[in-house]
Design a binder for this molecule. Structure first.
Ligand code: NI
Ligand code: MN
Length: 227
């Protein structure tokens, strides 16, 4: 049973894995690159990396409509509980066997404040081990950090990395990240949504494939990769 990873635009992803439908950081309303309607999208679980508006997005509305469980840090779970949303709290370095697979929260160098000014704890990335043993590392919003090497030691089949610069790693640091993580495949995200994160993903892919053995999949919002 393979895993289908679909980029929904910006940092939003849809994962179909182990018979479940996961959404990651579903910022869809107000996202100029979004390819699905938040009123129709399905979800069994929503993975929320941090509290910023371009990640929290439509999480509350989708979770209420679909009764999906939101998986995120404990502080964001407290906030989501107050919004009437069901959640499962984890924290950095902690993994849990969910019905869809084993999910670990990884560190991310970023912020996590909520749009209403509430404290959102620490930002996270996600390391998913699917039921068939594939490892998908979603770095989410982060700068480069040396301990990406430790994440890479687990053996990463697919890394989903930000390359937009300004708010996260840019192309140069994302290339250094690839050298630390050594993933088999990569999907770049978090670029070209707004003017300040304009990048040429094909040029980046060329550099990565010249300097590492990773295969970069430059996909457009709405397109998928089977892992
Ligand atoms: Ni952010
Ligand atoms: Mn962001």
């Amino acid at each position: 049973m393979s895993t289908k990873v679909t980029w929904l635009g910006h940092a939003a992803l849809s994962l179909q894995t182990g018979g479940y439908h996961l959404l990651v950081d579903p910022f869809l309303s107000g996202n100029p690159t979004a390819t699905v309607d938040p009123a129709n999208v399905g979800a069994d679980f929503i993975l929320l990396s941090h509290g910023h508006g371009d990640h929290l997005g439509d999480t509350v509305a989708i979770a209420k409509r679909t009764r999906a469980t939101v998986i995120t840090n404990a502080e964001l779970c407290d906030w989501l509980t107050k919004q009437g949303v069901k959640s499962h709290g984890q924290h950095l370095g902690g993994g849990y066997h969910h019905p869809f697979g084993y999910l670990k929260l990884t560190m991310a160098i970023h912020g996590s404040g909520l749009p209403d000014g509430s404290y959102g704890g620490n930002p996270a990335g996600f390391l998913l081990t699917t039921k068939e043993g594939k490892r998908i590392y979603m770095a989410c919003d982060t700068g480069l950090f040396g301990d990406m090497r430790l994440i890479g030691e687990e053996g990463i089949d697919l890394a989903v990395l930000p390359i937009g610069d300004n708010y996260t790693m840019g192309p140069d640091d994302a290339l250094r990240a690839v050298k630390l993580i050594e993933p088999a495949q990569i999907i770049p995200i978090h670029y070209n949504t707004f003017d300040v994160i304009t990048q040429d993903p094909n040029q980046w892919a060329q550099r990565v494939e010249q300097e590492t053995s990773a295969k970069v999949h430059v996909i457009s919002p709405g397109e998928s990769l089977i892992v």
